[in-house]
Design a protein around this ligand. Structure first.
Ligand SMILES: [Zn+2]
Length: 495
C-alpha cells in the first residue's frame, strides 16, 4: 500500500495485496454506446458473456465520501471503477471492494465528492487574448459601431434590458480582426487547458476560423468545433461552401467532431441558415447559432431597425437591398427549415411560448450562460420555462470576453447564488448530462455510469453533515483532480 495519509482531507493510493484477480468487467466502447442505463446495482455480469470481457490487467478505483451521479443520485462512501478509459462500475465502496484485485490501483479522496465531467454548451476559445477583454467603458478601439453606440442613451439601454451590447461587440470584432493566427492559436490552447483544469470533458467551441482549432485534436476533452458563418446572400453561401471544405478537412485530418454555426440572424442571411442545415444534415453534423440573445437582434429581423442594424449598415456589412424578415428570428428560421432538426441555441434570452414550442418540437437545446447573461444585464433568463416546455437546457461559459472564467462549475455556483431555490440536482444535470445531450454525446459521457467515458472531477473537501452538492454549489471545496478518458490531467495536483 502506498499511503499518503488517512481518511479525511488526505487520500490514499494503494495496490491491494490480496490475491484476488480483478473481476471488474466493462463493455467494449461500441457496446457501451448502445446502452442507455447501467446494470442494476449489485448485479455482476458473468465473465465471458457475449459483448463483455474481463479486465486482463488493472482497473483504477477512485473512492470518496460522495459520488454524485445524475442517474444513481448521491452515493455515500462511493467509488468509481475505471478501465480502458471507461467507467466499469459505480456504487457504494462496500459493494465494490470485494471485486478489487491485486493489481487494481485505489485512490481515496477522503471527504471529497466525485462529480461527472462538465460539458460546456457554448464558448469561444479563440477570444479574447489574455488581458484584452473589451469593457463597456473607455473603448480602446474606434469603429463605426461606436458612433451607433453614442446614439443610444443610457435610458434607452436600460429600457432594452441590456448594457451596450453593440459597443462591446464592435470592440470585440475589431480585436478579433486585428489578431494574428499565432495569438489566436495560443488563446485556443490556453482556453482548452483552463477548461480541462475546470473539469470540462466536452464542449462546443464556436470558431470564426476552424483551421486554427487543430490544436484541440489531441485534447482529452471532446470538443466540437462549430465553424461560424457570416454574411448574406451569395457571399454567405460561398463562405458556407468554403467552411464545409475546411471542416471536412479538419475532421478527416484530426478526428475532431465538427459542426456548422451560422453566427446570428444579424450577421448571416436566412438563406445561409437554411443551406447550413442541409449541409450539416447531409454529413451528420450538429448545428448551432446565437439566437434571441438581445432585443436588438429581434428588432433587426422584425423591422430592420435598431442599433445592430445601424452599426452593421455603417460598417457596410449589410447588403444594400437586405429586407427585414418581418418576423422574430426563430419563427422566421423555422419557416426556412432551420429547425427541422435539433439546434444548439446559444443564449435564447428572450423567448415567447410559441418559440419555446418550436425549440421543444425540434428537440433543440439552449445553452444558458449565466455570468455572461448577467454581464450584459439581460432580463431574467427563461430556463425554467424552457424546461417546462420540454426543451433541453444546458450551461455554457461563453467567452472570456464576457465571463471571468471557462469553468462550468463557476457558472453553476453563480446561478445558485442568484437563484437560491434552484434544485442543485437539476443544475448538475444542466452542467453535465443535458450538455452531453445538446452535443449528441448523451450515450457516451455526461454522467457517472457504467459504460460511459471515464470523465470526472473530484471536488473537496466537503465538511461532513451537509448535503454535498448543495455545499459545493455554495462554494465549498476546490477541484483537486480531473480525470478525462481515464487519464488524470496534468497540472491539477491532489491537495
Ligand atoms: Zn457566443
Amino acid at each position: 500500500m502506498t499511503k499518503y495519509g488517512g481518511r479525511g482531507s488526505d487520500f490514499v493510493i494503494r495496490n491491494s495485496f490480496d490475491i484476488r484477480v480483478s473481476s471488474f468487467v466493462i463493455d467494449t466502447p461500441s457496446k457501451a454506446l448502445k446502452r442507455q442505463r447501467p446494470a442494476p446495482e449489485g448485479v455482476q455480469q458473468e465473465q465471458g458473456q457475449a459483448g463483455r470481457r474481463t479486465m486482463p490487467s488493472t482497473a483504477s478505483v477512485y473512492r470518496a465520501r460522495w459520488v454524485l451521479s445524475n442517474r444513481a443520485g448521491s452515493i455515500e462512501d462511493g467509488a468509481v471503477v475505471c478501465a480502458d478509459g471507461r467507467i466499469a462500475r459505480v456504487g457504494p465502496w462496500s459493494r465494490l471492494q470485494p471485486h478489487v484485485g491485486a493489481r487494481d490501483a485505489v485512490e481515496d479522496f477522503g471527504e471529497s465528492a466525485i462529480l461527472p465531467g462538465f460539458v460546456n454548451g457554448h464558448t469561444h476559445l479563440a477570444y479574447p487574448q489574455r488581458g484584452t477583454r473589451p469593457s463597456f467603458a473607455n473603448p480602446a478601439l474606434r469603429s463605426p459601431l461606436r458612433r451607433a453606440k453614442q446614439r443610444a442613451s443610457e435610458g434607452e439601454n436600460a429600457e432594452r434590458g441590456t448594457k451596450d451590447f453593440v459597443g462591446w461587440l464592435s470592440r470585440l470584432t475589431a480585436q478579433r480582426l486585428a489578431s494574428g493566427p499565432a495569438a489566436i492559436r495560443r488563446a485556443i490552447r490556453d482556453g482548452a487547458r483552463a477548461s480541462a483544469a475546470a473539469g470540462t470533458c466536452a464542449g462546443a467551441d464556436l470558431a470564426p476560423d476552424a483551421r486554427l482549432c487543430k490544436c484541440l485534436a489531441p485534447h482529452a476533452a471532446h470538443w466540437t468545433v462549430f465553424g461560424e458563418l457570416f454574411r448574406f446572400g451569395r457571399a454567405g453561401l460561398e463562405r458556407l461552401a468554403r467552411a464545409v471544405r475546411t471542416l471536412d478537412d479538419l475532421a478527416c485530418r484530426t478526428g475532431l467532431r465538427v459542426g456548422l454555426a451560422p453566427h446570428s440572424p444579424y450577421t448571416a442571411g436566412v438563406e445561409v441558415f437554411a443551406a447550413a442545415r442541409q449541409e450539416a444534415d447531409a454529413r451528420g453534423w450538429p448545428v448551432s447559432a446565437h439566437l434571441h440573445e438581445t432585443l436588438d437582434e429581434i428588432e433587426f429581423t422584425r423591422s430592420g431597425q435598431g442599433d445592430l442594424h445601424k452599426w452593421l449598415s455603417l460598417a457596410q456589412f449589410l447588403p444594400k437591398d437586405l429586407a427585414p424578415l418581418g418576423k422574430r428570428p426563430i419563427p422566421a428560421l423555422a419557416e426556412a427549415g432551420f429547425f427541422k432538426g435539433p439546434v444548439l441555441v446559444a443564449h435564447g434570452n428572450y423567448l415567447t411560448d410559441e418559440e419555446m414550442a418550436i425549440l421543444a418540437r425540434s428537440r433543440s437545446s439552449v445553452a444558458y450562460c449565466p455570468r455572461s447573461h448577467a454581464f450584459f444585464g439581460h432580463a431574467d433568463h427563461p430556463w425554467r420555462r424552457l424546461l417546462a416546455a420540454g426543451a433541453n437546457v444546458c450551461l455554457g461559459t461563453d467567452s472570456l470576453a464576457s465571463s471571468p472564467s471557462l469553468s462550468v462549475l463557476d457558472e453553476m455556483r453563480f446561478l445558485c447564488s442568484r437563484e437560491g431555490d434552484a434544485d442543485p440536482r437539476l443544475l448538475l444535470e444542466m452542467a453535465t448530462v443535458r450538455g452531453a445531450r445538446a452535443l449528441g454525446f448523451a450515450d457516451d459521457l455526461g454522467d457517472l455510469a457504467e459504460g460511459l467515458r471515464a470523465d470526472f472531477c473530484v471536488v473537496g473537501p466537503v465538511a461532513p453533515g451537509q448535503e454535498p452538492l448543495a455545499a459545493i454549489l455554495a462554494g465549498e471545496g476546490n477541484i483537486s483532480r480531473v480525470v478525462l478518458g481515464g487519464q488524470a490531467q496534468a497540472g491539477i495536483c491532489p491537495q
